[in-house]
Each structure stands twice: as C-alpha cells, then as structure tokens.
Design a binder for this molecule. Structure first.
Ligand code: SF4
Ligand code: SF4
Length: 210
C-alpha cells in the first residue's frame, strides 16, 4: 500500500477522497493508490459490489498523455528499437485529434459504437489492461471528491499540453518548457506538487502536521 498518497472513503460526503502525505509523492504513486483501492475486500462502487464489465467507462472520452501512448507503444513494440518517427505515426493512428476553436483534444480512438478501440467486446475485457492510460487507472467507478476529480483533471490537462505540440506542429509550444511532463517518460518521474495549482496542493496536504 502506498503511504504517500492516501485514498479513503469520506463518510460525511459519501465519496472517495485523496490526501497527499509526502511532498515527493509522484503521479505513479497516485495511480498505484487508485488501483490498490479495488484490490481490497470492500469498496463503494457506483453500480455494484464488483465491476459489471458493462464498459460504460470505456465509452467515455479517454484523454491521453505522451506517457500513456508510450506505455501502449512499448506493449506492442517490446523488442523494437526506439524510433521517434515511428512512435509519432503510430500514436496518430491510435488516437483521435479533435480541434475545437483554438483547443486541441487528443483521446484514444473509438470503434463504430463509440467504445474504446482496445475494448474486446466478445470477452468484455481491456486488451491493453497492463498498459492502460492514466485516465482509466484513476477512474474509480465510484463517487469522487471534488479535489480528487480536480487532481485527475490537472494531471491529464498538463499531459495534454505536453502532447499536443508534439502531434500538431502548428500549435504553439507555450506551455512545453514549464511542463512537468517535458523530457520524462514515466509517471514515477513526475511529482504531484509540480502538476497541482497552489490552491489544490494546499487542499491535498493541509492535514499534514509538519
Ligand atoms: S468500472 Fe466500468 S465496466 Fe466496471 S462497472 Fe464501472 S463503468 Fe462498468
Ligand atoms: S484503454 Fe482499456 S480500460 Fe481504458 S478505455 Fe480503453 S478498453 Fe477501457
């Protein structure tokens, strides 16, 4: 169990809440804490005691970061030599890049029923489960506190700000240099404090007595 990031059920508000206990906590540790939650005996799920395999969560918008795409790429190209151009072409092929006004959204591609392309309908499973994106790993299928949702959003948004200029050359690189995702290839190298707004960081750590 990860001690640096604690996810617990909040009785008062009937939702899962998150607290950061260590300023060096990483995004990988947040992912781990989310996964640990449902490997325990009791969890308050949205629809039932265990996952129904209904794939509602896999029919939603699944935004991706460069690290998410790298994990999936590595799953399919285990023995290949790293090739930046091949990665980029492959990433464009499995993603959907939508432009809405000045904004660009990069999500996992979907099938004709708008379900994630990695969902295996006949078996009711995710075909890339061990490499699935951060958005999937941190989705609890349970009520989540406002700061929990906000932490997820801020991580995903910064990851998208890093990814978009790499896939769309005509987009300004305004955020890239200050971005915690720049030049790292693992969520274990990104500290949560480098992602959060000051207000959210205060909310996540205010309980600490140091
Ligand atoms: S986690 Fe997804 S597949 Fe499982 S019950 Fe929730 S919405 Fe359905
Ligand atoms: S990557 Fe897997 S878990 Fe995530 S939306 Fe697709 S099928 Fe579902």
């Amino acid at each position: 169990m990860c001690e640096k990031v604690m996810i617990r059920w909040d009785e008062e508000y009937s939702c899962y809440d998150v607290e950061i206990n260590d300023p060096d906590a990483t995004v990988a540790e947040f992912e781990e804490a989310c996964q640990d939650l449902f490997s325990g005996a009791v969890a308050y799920r949205r629809y039932s005691e265990s996952c129904l395999g209904c794939c509602i969560c896999c029919s939603e918008r699944i935004p991706v970061t460069r690290i998410d795409l790298l994990r999936v790429y590595e799953l399919f190209h285990k023995n290949d030599e790293w090739d930046e151009r091949d990665f980029r072409k492959w990433a464009e092929g499995i993603s959907e890049i939508k432009r809405i006004g000045g904004c660009v959204d990069v999500t996992l591609g979907v099938d004709e029923c708008s379900i994630c392309r990695f969902w295996v309908r006949e078996k009711g499973i995710c075909s890339i489960y061990q490499a699935r994106p951060f958005a999937c790993r941190s989705y609890l299928c349970a009520p989540m506190s406002r700061r929990f949702e906000e932490l997820r959003s801020q991580i995903i948004n910064m990851g998208q700000d890093d990814l978009v200029p790499q896939l769309c050359e005509d987009v300004d690189e305004i955020y890239q240099n200050k971005n915690a995702f720049a030049k790292v290839n693992s969520y274990g190298d990104i500290m949560i404090k480098d992602i959060c707004s000051k207000r959210l960081w205060r909310q996540l750590t205010d309980h600490r007595k140091d």
